[in-house]
Ligand binder design. Structure first.
Ligand SMILES: [Fe+2]
Length: 425
């Protein structure tokens, strides 16, 4: 069942501010509770626009009687910040009626930012308490700047809170944040099971953990770029529900306002990196994305680093080579990757650490695409199978640490103790 959503209109917002004031005068219900329920539970960052000049601030509240806002100010690396915050009011609030507590997800996009700069911000609702202050840094647009990001998927948070003693996902996050990543490229299956009745508690735990742990050494939250996995779907059957079956994921993480039901899109990071985020047969079929991918790779051919990220591998390490998703990917996407020279594909779902040889047309070819994976950010691992395309594969929970510049990229697989398990090249 998809979530049913309600949006706050300006008329309703004005009416509700008036109502709260009236309730306060009448003394019931407690206006303090109303205000408390409108305080942000979790604050987290995504992008729909330019990663150097925009930031999407997302936050959740238990209730909402007004439109969301964000206040922000530039924190220069040298010199004093301005005293005044700039305020943005034209955000979007959605109520998730299927969620047990009927909570709201709000998103406010900040635009007109400077590249590679740090900003302080707070978010909230007019009729509630604002969040505490947070920081973020926009992506540099300098041609010689290095971009760092972490990649992973298939997480498995067991405990509430942020005690990392027994939880491998928390341990991996705690290692990954030491890289001071500029963003996180997440490949799906963040919470198991996406559609179960334990959904609320598990997602709350995930958001809380991300917000608490994924803060860089300069106090910046790490923006997320997310591909969808099969466990974000309400149904296990691919294509059965289409985008309706992944609505809560799309509402939680605002990555597109126009065409907001799309789970595939292109994102660039400065002049040297483009990432094609694809949906490997969850809400959309492989076939539906082929023409779009051809056009996007044509339009972004000048970027020296061409990456893709998606959930189901074309070259699985621990699942049947001929499984439906892998076959469709190799048949429909493989030729596009080959034609346009995709450098690296980040794959997930099989729960191992793997690096293929460079592959072109299903044959080992040094001019082909590197396939890295396979999504073991805490989830129970599998033993890799023997495949001629695997240059390295090990049963180990890990994340990938990636550094990109105009000359290329380096990739390091790190385990939950911070040990380097594998490097490429
Ligand atoms: Fe999966």
């Amino acid at each position: 069942m998809p979530f049913h959503k309600t949006r706050v209109s300006r008329k309703r917002a004005i009416a509700c501010v008036f109502t709260i004031n009236l309730l306060a005068l009448l003394g019931c219900p407690d206006p303090g509770d109303i205000i408390q329920d409108q305080q942000p539970l979790f604050v987290y960052l995504t992008w729909q626009g330019d990663t150097s000049t925009t930031m999407m601030v997302n936050f959740q509240t238990k209730d909402s009687f007004s439109l969301p806002f964000v206040q922000y100010r530039h924190i220069p690396d040298n010199g004093d910040p301005p005293e005044d915050f700039t305020r943005i009011d034209d955000g979007l609030g959605l109520q998730l009626n299927q969620h047990e507590d009927k909570r709201w997800v709000h998103s406010v996009e900040i635009t007109g930012l400077q590249a590679g700069q740090r900003y302080e911000f707070r978010a909230g609702l007019d009729t509630g308490l604002p969040s505490r202050d947070y920081l973020f840094r926009t992506i540099s647009d300098e041609p010689d700047a290095a971009i760092r990001f972490i990649n992973g998927g298939d997480m498995d948070l067991e405990d509430t809170g942020t005690d990392i003693d027994d939880d491998h996902t928390k341990q991996l996050m705690s290692q990954a944040i030491k890289d001071d990543p500029h963003f996180a490229l997440l490949g799906g299956d963040l919470v198991y099971e996406g559609g179960s009745e334990e959904l609320e508690e598990k997602w709350d735990n995930w958001f809380l953990t991300w917000q608490e742990i994924m803060v860089t050494s300069e106090d910046c939250l790490v923006p997320m770029v997310l591909a969808v996995g099969d466990h974000e779907m309400d149904s296990d059957d691919p294509y059965d529900d289409g985008p309706e079956g992944v609505e809560f994921f799309l509402d939680f993480f605002t990555q597109r306002r126009v065409n907001q039901k799309l789970t595939y899109f292109t994102q660039t990071f400065g002049p040297n990196l483009v990432v094609y985020v694809l949906d490997s047969g969850n809400a959309y079929s492989h076939a539906e994305q082929v023409q779009w991918l051809q056009e996007e790779m044509t339009n972004h051919a000048d970027f020296p680093n061409q990456f893709a990220a998606y959930h189901h591998p074309l070259y699985p390490s621990a699942k049947d080579f001929d499984n439906e998703w892998a076959e469709l990917g190799r048949e429909l996407w493989g030729p596009v990757f080959d034609e346009f020279g995709l450098d690296t594909a980040f794959e997930h779902d099989a729960h191992t650490l793997k690096q293929t040889f460079r592959m072109r047309g299903e044959i080992v070819d040094p001019t082909g695409t590197l396939y890295l994976g396979d999504g073991a950010f805490g989830r129970k691992t599998r033993e890799p199978d023997e495949h001629e395309y695997l240059e390295f594969a090990e049963e180990v929970k890990h994340y990938w640490s990636v550094s990109v510049n105009e000359l290329g990229a380096t990739y390091t697989g790190v385990d939950r103790k911070g040990r380097v398990i594998h490097q490429y090249p």
